[in-house]
Design a protein around this ligand. Structure first.
Ligand code: F6P
Length: 548
């Protein structure tokens, strides 16, 4: 966990730099031509998922050097430290044990000498019991109506995971339940949801690890006011508001009975928390069995991560390829392209997972990093992205690796749609790799009847440079189990990269400064005395005050 040598000074990094120099811009197509078994060799299965990473600018030697880098940086020891409950989040002095939340093995997991599994199982049992009671109508609102709408109020890790998962698993959600997610402090977000639901049949989940987050507390307070204004009394709140938090004191102070609280622990990071009580909306929507199937999928990926040799280890390979492009190709961003409308929120979820974890410029020991770290993560579902930003992926000036993600089996009956979806997904990875040469463009244009200057003028515009890398991840289906494996895969990929870059993936000090300043400015906007500001900030505050 403590690589003290700067990354660029390691033997493996130097060897990789030399390898990059030697192999230059060698086309990936030539690697396929030289090795008919490349697809088999550069693909891997794990936890029911299939990863084709053959369309990458990497050969056997490059991969061996990358896994050598992982060994030299201590990925295996770091992995053991995380699974062993060591306090690897050194700046917050905490263990990092989201894997315990989906530990389905029956084995104990110890933090400070005590087994956390009985408490994990107890909360899981309560979540399941509560979810089933709401689903089958035993838990009712204060007027006796069954719950029809669930409003999760949370932000960041207390929102993105459950929101992403409930959308992904809509096909197996409870037909009576409509899921809503309110995160933004912008009143439009809450107002839009409250405009659609009825107090008597709505259940609010106030989810916040700390129970201090201003957005969540403000939204929860307004939701409670709205609920009471609908004719309910204080005693009815218990039927309509539950809390998910690590902070029982704050939950009670807010006015939610701690009997209606589902707890978790400081060793669960916000962005790693959808497996904990933060996943309550998922359990409500897909039921106890569905939620546990998601945990099973994640656990299967945990086993793969722990047991597979680095050379055949899916999260390790994904992580290493990311480090390769970031470090040696200048790739400053990675595009996530789920070819599944149901995974529309996956890019946003991964933005927090990756960028809040590895968007750091000092090492765990506080030294400046000596290579670029986390790239910008962005994306949209295919095929929509093809009609928007894929132009840049194919012909822009940057090399942007793409992760294509698709489910082999559709959860709807429109087979022709699914064929077209998969065809497009496969076609895009091929197009990015093979590109189109000037000679091919000329042949195409001349068979369309063009010639001479008119033809030549168009050639540069219609050339595709190709040699642009991508991974393709195939899920058997969009089931809770596959989704669990997919999310765990990215969690471990992020962890591998953090170890190589030498950063702490589990703190997030970079979100604090803006919060502190916003608190001061909010007081000023509310009429408090003006503070010391630069000209721009003061001008904006003055404009906002004038408009209020
Ligand atoms: O501001 C960032 C952050 O702390 C995230 O790390 C976290 O997921 C989110 O805010 C919400 O925090 P909480 O669950 O404590 O409300």
């Amino acid at each position: 966990m403590n690589p003290s040598v700067p990354l660029t000074q390691t033997t493996a990094w130097r060897a990789l730099a030399a390898h990059r120099e030697e192999t230059g811009d060698r086309p990936m197509s030539s690697l396929f031509a030289a090795d008919p078994a490349r697809f088999e060799r550069f693909s891997v299965r794990g936890a029911g998922l299939f990863l084709d990473y053959s369309k990458n600018r990497i050969d056997e030697r490059g991969l061996a050097l990358l896994t050598g880098l992982a060994r030299e940086r201590g990925v295996e020891a770091a992995r053991a430290a995380m699974f062993g409950g060591e306090r690897i989040n050194n700046t917050e002095d905490r263990a990092v044990l989201h894997v315990a939340l989906r530990n389905r093995s029956g084995a104990p997991v110890e933090v400070n000498g005590s087994d956390v599994m009985p408490a994990v199982r107890e909360v899981l049992q309560r979540m399941g019991d509560f979810a089933e009671a709401v689903r089958d109508g035993r838990w009712r609102g204060h007027t006796g109506e069954a719950i029809t709408d669930i409003v999760n109020i949370g932000i960041g890790g207390s929102d993105l995971g459950p929101a992403m998962a409930c959308q992904a698993l809509a096909a197996c959600g409870h037909p009576r339940l409509t899921m809503h997610f309110v995160s933004n402090i912008d009143g439009d977000h809450l107002a839009a949801v409250l405009g659609k639901v009825k107090p008597a049949s709505t259940l609010f989940i106030v989810a916040s690890k700390t129970f201090t987050t201003i957005e969540t507390m403000t939204n929860a307070t307004s939701a409670r006011r709205w609920f009471l204004a609908g004719g309910a009394g204080e005693a009815d709140v218990a039927k309509h508001f539950v809390a998910v938090s690590t902070n029982a004191e704050r939950v009670a102070a807010f006015g939610i009975d701690t009997a209606n609280m589902f707890g978790f622990w400081d060793w669960v990071g916000g962005r790693y928390s959808m497996w904990s009580a933060v996943g309550l909306p998922i359990a409500l929507f897909v039921g106890r069995d569905g939620f546990e199937a998601m945990l099973d999928g994640a656990h299967a990926m945990d086993r793969h991560f722990v047991e597979a040799p680095l050379e055949r280890n899916m999260p390790v390979i994904l992580g290493l390829l990311g480090v390769w492009y970031r470090g040696f190709f200048g790739s400053a961003s990675v595009s996530i392209a789920p070819y599944a409308q149901a995974l529309a929120r996956l890019p946003a979820y991964l933005q927090q997972l990756e960028m809040e974890s590895n968007g750091k410029s000092v090492t765990r020991h506080g030294q400046p990093v000596d290579t670029p770290t986390c790239p910008v993560i962005w994306g949209e579902p295919g095929t929509n992205g093809q009609h928007a930003f894929f132009q840049l992926l194919h012909q822009g000036t940057d090399l942007i690796p793409v992760d294509f993600i698709a489910a082999l089996k559709a959860s709807h009956g429109l087979a022709d749609h699914h064929r077209l979806l998969l065809a497009n997904c496969i076609a895009q990875s091929k197009a990015l790799m093979v590109g189109k040469s000037a000679a091919e463009v000329r042949a195409e244009l001349s068979s369309a009847g063009l010639a001479g200057e008119a033809l030549e003028a168009l050639v540069p515009h219609r050339v595709f440079p190709g040699n642009r890398p991508s991974n393709t991840l195939l899920l058997p289906d969009l089931s809770p189990r596959s989704l669990g494996a997919l999310v765990a895969l990215y969690e471990h990929k992020v962890f591998v990269q953090s170890v190589i870059w030498g950063v702490n993936a589990f703190d997030q000090w970079g979100v604090e400064l803006g919060k502190q300043i916003a608190t001061r400015i909010a007081a000023e906007l509310a009429g408090g005395p003006a503070g010391e500001h630069d000209g721009s900030t003061l001008g904006l505050i003055t404009a906002a005050r004038a408009a209020s």
